[in-house]
Design a binder for this molecule. Structure first.
Ligand SMILES: NC(=O)c1ccc[n+]([C@@H]2O[C@H](COP(=O)([O-])OP(=O)(O)OC[C@H]3O[C@@H](n4cnc5c(N)ncnc54)[C@H](O)[C@@H]3O)[C@@H](O)[C@H]2O)c1
Length: 346
């Protein structure tokens, strides 16, 4: 493992713009694939996020949204690193000029226990979420998927388009956002970056009508993608679970996969149900899930896609291992590039 030659109390601070320039979608995807494999092999120790609910989602929504502050700890044995993401989500924060999501990743060396780096966790979260959706799509979407629909043209919309483009022969992207200006900006930026035409659709139903892969990455408080609009053969990447996707997709599609049971069951039938991601208590259960990517589908214990007409969906609420492993990669990339700012903390 690369290591710095600074004093034990010096850490490297890596800012958002530095993460964005250091971490390519290809490198991030490669690390996400390794992380799912390590989770399946039992080489990672992680706990579900520690959730500090400022407001309970089961109660009425306050003016700036239901707030939650979460800690995501994980130890990645193959990297000799541990990290924790410290994340805040306030859905309606943009109404007061603040981001809905903000996060910091603290990376530690597990040989010495010394802190190594403080990395902007928002950009890492954005990148690894596009990464984990792409890992799921590699097993569940048709390999020849060329038509991508992006519903919600924010940070996740961007990382999903960029990362899926690494693995699928995209020929067309159709975008929809409740704010047309957002969708137009996204179309200009993404078509220039990936060299594929991006058209803006007038509504969600039109956007998904011909899609092979549909990413629903909005901050909408209720479903914007309805089950009956999803064509045969399509795969849905649902980054917010069933908060913005019709829960009927879980039971009517051929396969509903999750990223890793250890994380996702807390949201489906554990302590988070009803509070994170909008699923109502008792609405769905483990029995509705076909399999998980990390321990069943990726190691080959269960099949991924089996025919061209299957409709599939993957939900994953984000496991701490992904943040830890990608933040650790960012630290290594920053050392290699001589980027970041050293801070003496003790
Ligand atoms: N599963 C995970 O690990 C994970 C990780 C990060 C983010 N997320 C979730 O992904 C979602 C998107 O995050 P982001 O950082 O891209 O947010 P963002 O604010 O950058 O973008 C969200 C976009 O959704 C649009 N939108 C809101 N309501 C809409 C509607 N009804 N129809 C269409 N578009 C609508 C907004 O205008 C905005 O452009 C959030 O809900 C977030 O909680 C999940």
């Amino acid at each position: 493992m690369t290591s710095d030659r600074r004093g034990p109390g010096e850490i490297l601070v890596v800012s958002r713009s530095e993460v964005d320039s250091l971490l390519s979608p290809a490198r991030c995807l490669e690390r996400c694939l390794e992380t799912f494999r390590w989770v399946g092999e039992g080489q990672i120790e992680q706990t579900n996020p520690v959730n500090l609910y400022i407001h309970d989602r089961l109660g009425p929504e306050p003016p700036f949204g239901h707030g939650v502050v979460q800690a995501f700890p994980a130890m990645i044995r193959p990297l000799d690193r541990a990290a924790v993401k410290w994340l805040s989500s306030f859905r309606m924060n943009p109404k007061r000029g603040l981001p809905a999501i903000s996060a910091l990743d603290l990376v530690t060396d597990t040989d010495t226990g010394m802190p190594l780096a403080l990395v902007d966790g928002t950009s890492v979260t954005n990148a690894r979420t596009g990464g984990h959706s792409t890992v799921g799509a590699m097993y569940l979407a048709r390999p020849d998927s060329s038509r991508l629909a992006i519903i919600g043209c924010g940070h996740e919309g961007r990382t999903h388009a960029l990362t899926l483009n690494e693995r699928f022969p995209l020929e067309q992207v159709v975008a929809f956002d409740i704010y047309e200006q957002q969708a137009n900006r996204f179309a200009d930026e993404i078509s220039a970056r990936i060299g594929v035409p991006v058209v803006v659709a007038p509504d969600v139903e039109t956007a998904v009508a011909d899609a092979d892969i549909i990413c629903v990455v909005t901050t909408a408080p209720r479903p914007v993608l309805m089950e009956e609009w999803v064509p045969a053969g399509a795969h849905v990447c649902a980054a917010t679970g069933f908060r913005d996707v019709d829960p009927a997709c879980a039971t009517s599609f051929d396969k509903w996969a999750v990223g890793w049971y250890g994380r996702d069951l807390a949201w489906v039938e554990g302590e988070e149900v009803g509070r994170i991601g909008g699923l109502r208590p008792g609405a769905l259960s483990r029995a509705d899930i076909f399999g998980d990517i990390a321990t069943e589908i990726m190691p080959g214990h269960k099949p991924g896609r089996e025919d061209d007409r299957e409709r599939t969906i993957m939900t994953h609420m984000g496991m701490p291992a992904l943040d830890a492993a990608v933040a650790s990669l960012v630290y290594d990339l920053a050392l290699e590039a001589g980027a970041g700012t050293w801070i003496e903390v003790f």
